[in-house]
Structures are given as structure tokens and as C-alpha cells.
Ligand binder design. Structure first.
Ligand SMILES: Cc1ncc(COP(=O)(O)O)c(C=O)c1O
Length: 336
């Protein structure tokens, strides 16, 4: 396999010796967020601050505890404005979410952390998209917040699984077998649809060295240890190398439209490759072609009343990191 200079550098930095004992485990990141909100007594009097480019799952989970949610702006480069954040806090603000978009870690500087701490505002780093990036950086540089949550199943096809760091107890602390079975069935159905060419889903997105299909727990058992064993056996180095190589290939071709800089891409392990489309019509045209080609390109967050940053939603498209997608971009897409 050809590995570029940049990818080699990443390889030498990546470490597979993560000690999973330090984590709480959950089926999904939303379970972790739920536990954090309930254990820190978030209620209708508490205000929670979140970015205005966010998936409903997060807001829905917060709404179980409080409807008092305030949004701060995310710009075209998926960054926030420090002064805006400072200006919207008040005495009821109890927690703020910072989101790592699509694998790139959102940097929250020490000054802001100190400022938020001085106001007794808890910081939750939502790293749901950046599990591979955290693995690459050993979680060390990433965990300087009150809480960090990350979804494993978004990074590797394990059907379920998320972790958290911070002073919390996991209510579940196991991976529910029923959830895994359900997702397995959905995945099989996707493959069948794909086979008949009616797919709206990606096919074989990455040749990962993981086999899910013998992955069952006896029903009713606590799958926690089995899951951790499974996780320890995954060749994360290899996955990260392939991903990072592909990300750089995408960047070379799509530099002009890339939301992230080369430097950000090199420091991260992207979940998908986000590009900026000049118009909603172009975005929709790309989505249409990808769908015809059986590729699951998508917009994020799915549009509805909660994903209120319509400007970002209508210009950003997320491309799965697959060679085939790059070929389609080169051969079939006229305008981005
Ligand atoms: C930024 C972000 N945070 C949290 C979540 C929730 O993750 P999970 O599906 O693991 O509950 C999602 C996705 O739904 C997300 O996009």
C-alpha cells in the first residue's frame, strides 16, 4: 500500500494501547449525555448552551430535563465566536456543549475554559464524531473538559457503543444485545437494497479488519466485557492510516471546496469529508448523483425545526471516505 509522507507521520503518532478501563460505556452517546444531565441536576431552571449546528438527538436529550436551550452561531468553517459565547451566558447557564464536527476537534482555549469555570458552567465536549481522532491522539490532548462523550459505532461498524470520560456513573454500562441485533438486520437490508441497485446507502464503505457478524451476546447478558474485548482487538492503526490517506486524497482533489484546512485534516481522522457547495441546487444535484451511484452522501443535521442553521445545512454535503466517491466526484460532478 502506498502511504503518503503525511500519513506515515500520523501512523508513527498513533497508538493502539488505549486503556478502556478509564471509560464509562453506553449504547449511544445520547445515553451518556442523559446520565450527565441527570446526575448534575439539570432541570427547567437550568439553561444549556449548544451550537446552532447540531443534531436533534442532542437537543431532544437535553429537552428531557430542560427546554431552556440557547444556541450560539457556527460559521462556514464550523467555528464559534468567543465573544458571542461570552455575551449569551447568564446566571442560569449550567452547561455548554462544544461539538467536534465530522472528526475535527473543536479547540476551546484555556482562557475560555477558565472563564467558564469561574462562572461554574460545566463543559461537555461532544466528540460523538471524533472517536478515531481521539484514538489517534490518545484522548490525552482532548480531555480537559468536565465531560467528554464519543460514539464508537460512528467510527467503526460495531452497530452500537459510546464512551464517556468525566466524573459520572454510567446507568447502563453495557452494550444492549437487542440494539446490536436490530442494527444488524437494518444493515443486512441495506445490503440487499444495494445489491438490487435501489440503494440510498453506502456499500462496503471501508474494508475494515473487523467482522461484525459473529458478534452476539446471549440475550439478557451484560455485553460490557465482550464489547471491550472486541474493541481491544480492532486494528485501529490500520483503520486510521486508511482513513487519513483517503482524507488527503479527497483534500488534494477538493481543496477548493474543503471546509477543513489541510492542517486540521492531518491532525484528525475524519469521519466523512465535508465540502461547501455554492448553492443548495448544486448540493441537491450531488446528492442525487451519489444516490444513483449507491453512495450514502448526506446533509447534516437532517433539516427540521431544530437544526436551525439552514445556511450551513443547505451548503454542506458530507462525502463518505471511499475511493469510489472520489471517482464519482471526478467523473460525474460538474459543479460543486
Ligand atoms: C454531534 C452529535 N452528538 C451526539 C450525537 C448522538 O450520538 P449517538 O447516536 O451515539 O447517541 C450525534 C448523533 O446523533 C451527533 O451528531
Amino acid at each position: 500500500m502506498f502511504i503518503s509522507r503525511e500519513a506515515k507521520l500520523l501512523y508513527s503518532n498513533s497508538n493502539n494501547n488505549i486503556n478502556f478501563e478509564q471509560f464509562n460505556f453506553y449504547n449511544y452517546s445520547r445515553d451518556a449525555i442523559y446520565d450527565i444531565l441527570s446526575q448534575y441536576n439539570i432541570n427547567q431552571n437550568s439553561e444549556i448552551i449548544v451550537p446552532n449546528y447540531i443534531c436533534n438527538t442532542v437537543v431532544d436529550t437535553i429537552n428531557v430535563f430542560t427546554n431552556n436551550v440557547k444556541f450560539y452561531t457556527i460559521n462556514e468553517k464550523l467555528k464559534f465566536d468567543l465573544d458571542e459565547i461570552k455575551s449569551i451566558l447568564n446566571e442560569n447557564t449550567k452547561m455548554i456543549f462544544f461539538v467536534d464536527y465530522f472528526g475535527v476537534e473543536t479547540s476551546v482555549n484555556e482562557k475560555l475554559i477558565k472563564f467558564l469555570k469561574s462562572k461554574n458552567i460545566l463543559i461537555l465536549k461532544d466528540s460523538a464524531h471524533s472517536f478515531l481522532t481521539l484514538m489517534k491522539n490518545d484522548f490525552r490532548t482532548s480531555y480537559k473538559y468536565d465531560f467528554l462523550v464519543s460514539s464508537i459505532y460512528k467510527a467503526v461498524p460495531l452497530y452500537a457503543g459510546a464512551v464517556s470520560l468525566g466524573n459520572i456513573r454510567s446507568r447502563v454500562n453495557f452494550i444492549n444485545n437487542n440494539i446490536i441485533q436490530k442494527r444488524k438486520i437494518i444493515n443486512k437490508m441495506k445490503q440487499v437494497f444495494c445489491f438490487f441497485g435501489i440503494s440510498i446507502f453506502n456499500r462496503d464503505i471501508e474494508k475494515l479488519s473487523i467482522i461484525n457478524d459473529n458478534y452476539t451476546f446471549e440475550s439478557g447478558t451484560n455485553g460490557y466485557d465482550e464489547y471491550k474485548n472486541k474493541l481491544s482487538s480492532i486494528d485501529f492503526k490500520n483503520i486510521i492510516i486508511n482513513r487519513d490517506q483517503l482524507s488527503l486524497d479527497f483534500y488534494r482533489y477538493l481543496e477548493e471546496y474543503s471546509i477543513f484546512t489541510k492542517d486540521e485534516i492531518i491532525k484528525s481522522s475524519l469521519q466523512v469529508f465535508p465540502i461547501w457547495c455554492s448553492s443548495k441546487a448544486n448540493r441537491d444535484e450531488i446528492l442525487k448523483i451519489m444516490k444513483q451511484e449507491c453512495v450514502d452522501a448526506f446533509t447534516w443535521a437532517t433539516f427540521n425545526k431544530l437544526s436551525i442553521n439552514e445556511y450551513l445545512w443547505s451548503h454542506i454535503i458530507l462525502l463518505p471516505l471511499d475511493k469510489k466517491v472520489l471517482t464519482i466526484m471526478k467523473e460525474k460532478i460538474k459543479n460543486v
